[in-house]
Each structure stands twice: as C-alpha cells, then as structure tokens.
Design a binder for this molecule. Structure first.
Ligand SMILES: Nc1ncnc2c1ncn2[C@@H]1O[C@H](COP(=O)(O)OP(=O)(O)OP(=O)(O)O)[C@@H](O)[C@H]1O
Length: 228
C-alpha cells in the first residue's frame, strides 16, 4: 500500500510545551485509529493533519490532494433546520443548486434522519446532532475523514449508530483517521493502530498485532486499563 499521507518531523510547541514531538510516519491503511492516554496529543495531531493548526516544525504532505472532512466530539449546528445544515456545507463547497438538494436528501437518508429534515437542528439529541454532522460530511463525499472522538459524548445506542455510519464511510472507500477512548470500538473499526503517549508515536501496528502483543509498556498498561 502506498502512503496517502506523510508526516515528516511534525512538531507542535505551545508556550514552551512540546505537544507533538517530531512525528515521522506514513498513513496507508484504510482505517487508522489513534489511541492513547489523555493529553497524549491525539486531537492535536488530527488538527495539524487537517490544517487547523500550524506546526512549529516539520510537514504534513499529501502526495495527491484528497478531499478531506473532519467531525468533532461536539458537533456545531447552525441555527436552522437539519436539512439546511447539510445544504450549507454543500453551498460552501461550491456544489450547484439542485445537486445540493439531491445530495442532502441522500445523506440524511444514509444516517437515518430523513424524517427530521425540517426540525431545527439545535433541538435534536446529541446523538442525532452527531448524525447530522456525519450527513454533512457524507454529502461532501470526502476521500479522507478525520474523526476526533466522535462518540465520546454519546450513550451506547447512539455510539453504535454513529459507529455504523462510520463503517459506511469505510465501505464507500473513504479513508478514516479517528481518535477514540473506546477500546471495543477500536477493535471493531481499526485496520491500523497508532498509539500516542506524551506527543510521541510509541507504536504503529496492525490492529491484530497491537492487541495481541503491544510492544511498549505504556500501550500494554493502556489496553489492560491500568493507566493512571
Ligand atoms: N493551544 C494549546 N496551548 C497549550 N497547550 C495545549 C494546547 N492545545 C493542547 N494543549 C495541551 O497539549 C496536550 C495534548 O492535548 P490533546 O487534546 O491533543 O490530547 P489528546 O490526546 O487528544 O487528549 P484527550 O484524550 O484528553 O482528548 C494536553 O496536555 C493539552 O493540555
């Protein structure tokens, strides 16, 4: 597999604090899950990759430009209907009217919210709002989807529904880079694991190898639930 994304000596320093410490690696797997203890730098790494933060050093290289989208732990809903929330992203992306409506309908269908299209988005439950956020990115047909703890604020049933939709992105060929604290979810979704601790990548391994025998003491403790 050839890399679709390369990080070269990527570094982020904020107020003399090293948050990302010189990460060099290639991404080639369809679904990479980024895990590690609180404060390891997982969210920061995703933000650097998506261009939301400017690195202090090093580079983020896309050998071929890919359409990217990102989903956050807490979705931001515009003060309008569910349908218009999805339409708006398409408008920003320059998709022409007509095509926008078709795509928005298709995306809401895909996440199981077609019946809530006329509802104000901000009155929906957290789980439903996250599905609107996923519909918004589904409509944009991203080639890479970055997800930062997308189920962290959700109850188990909503989490599973969001996980199902994330699986649909993968089935449609969208590459996934995702952070989570849920090890069950990691096992269900990951092809590859990136284990971060204190701004460093301690392991990059297939999910099978990682769970069968993590090489670092930190990852071993993390899997056993023994992190402080
Ligand atoms: N803008 C900033 N200025 C200073 N420190 C920051 C900034 N952003 C993040 N940090 C610190 O960098 C470290 C990494 O944060 P980050 O949110 O990336 O970790 P994480 O692995 O995603 O953690 P969690 O699992 O708790 O979400 C933390 O110690 C955090 O407090």
């Amino acid at each position: 597999m050839s890399a679709f994304l390369r990080l070269e000596a990527l570094e982020l320093i904020e107020r003399n604090h090293h948050i990302v410490r010189g990460i060099t690696l290639n991404f080639a797997a369809p679904r990479t899950l980024i895990i590690g203890p609180n404060g390891a730098g997982k969210s920061t790494l995703l933000r650097l990759i998506h261009g939301l933060l400017k690195p202090s050093g090093g580079t983020v290289q896309w050998p071929q430009p890919l359409r990217q989208a990102m989903v956050f732990q807490r979705p931001v809903m515009l003060r309008t209907t569910v349908f218009k929330n999805v339409l708006y992203g398409l408008k920003l992306a320059g998709i022409k009217s007509g095509e926008r409506e078709r795509r928005a309908n298709d995306a809401l269908e895909r996440v199981g919210l077609a019946h809530l299209g006329t509802r104000p988005a901000r009155v929906l439950s957290g789980g439903e709002q996250q599905r609107v956020a996923l519909a918004r990115v589904w409509a944009l047909n991203p080639e890479v989807l970055l997800l930062d703890e997308p189920t962290a604020s959700l109850d188990p049933a909503s989490s599973r529904e969001v996980e199902r939709i994330i699986g649909e992105f993968a089935s449609a060929g969208t590459r996934l880079l995702m952070t989570t604290h849920n090890l069950g979810q990691t096992r269900r979704l990951a092809d590859e694991i990136l284990y971060l601790d204190d701004g460093r990548v301690l392991e990059q391994a297939s999910a099978t190898d990682f769970f069968n025998g993590p090489r670092s003491a930190s990852a071993g403790a993390f899997i056993r639930g023994e992190m402080p």
